[in-house]
Write a protein that binds this ligand. Structure first.
Ligand SMILES: [Ca+2]
Ligand SMILES: [Ca+2]
Length: 210
């Protein structure tokens, strides 16, 4: 399981690495199953739990989360390039229980290099099912949860409390020294005007427009 704060830090790093942009090719999205009940839809910054099968264009299966590894679905944050860009683009606006087929051009997947079993310049086809959707570290809900005194800004104390809670929630022992260092790191990136607080605007600012 990913810790929310790691994704948060990761998002800032990705933003720094970002460069000039060309118009993007599209992901082809086909809905295979849409559940009758849909309480909320996935959006930028959400954490998704998914099962997935990946195929090459010739039909070769190169990965299945149901068959390979520990056979568990995987968690990731959508929209921050923690995964290939084709997933970031193709898995928004989805309900829990929904299944989609995504056809992803190489430039939104592993590009000219390829990776492992994936040859260079491969178009990839994924069958993806969302098992669960959770609020990501960038959501309005997360901000409110972190802002303990409701003053619309986060102090270092509040960020440390949040990190402690996240650690416990994921079954790790809290570690004050570690949280202190993480809070420092987060503030050095997120507190843009260096006033010692992360404002709601600083928090929800999208580093990477899709
Ligand atoms: Ca506060
Ligand atoms: Ca600030």
């Amino acid at each position: 399981m990913l810790l929310a704060c790691w994704s948060w830090v990761c998002a800032s790093l990705v933003a720094l690495a970002g460069g000039a942009k060309l118009p993007d090719p599209e992901v082809k999205i086909e809905v295979l199953h849409r559940p009758f009940l849909c309480h909320r839809k996935s959006k930028y910054g959400d954490i998704l739990l998914v099962h997935h099968e990946g195929f090459l264009e010739n039909g070769t299966l190169f990965h299945s989360s149901r068959v390979h590894g520990d056979k568990n679905p995987v968690w990731f944050t959508v929209g921050i390039r923690e995964v290939i860009r084709g997933w970031d683009k193709g898995l928004q606006n989805m309900c829990a229980g929904e299944r989609r087929k995504l056809t992803i051009p190489p430039s939104l997947a592993y590009g000219k290099e390829g990776k492992g079993k994936i040859p260079p310049d491969s178009t990839l086809i994924f069958d993806i099912e969302i098992m669960e959707i959770r609020n990501g570290p960038r959501s309005h809900e997360s901000f409110q949860e972190m802002d303990l005194n409701d003053d619309w800004k986060l102090s270092k104390e509040e960020v440390r409390e949040y990190l402690k809670k996240e650690f416990l929630r994921h079954g790790y022992a809290p570690n004050d020294t570690h949280h202190e260092a993480m809070a420092e790191d987060i503030f050095s990136k997120e507190d843009e005007n260096k006033d010692g607080f992360i404002s709601a605007r600083e928090f929800t600012y999208k580093h990477d427009e899709l």
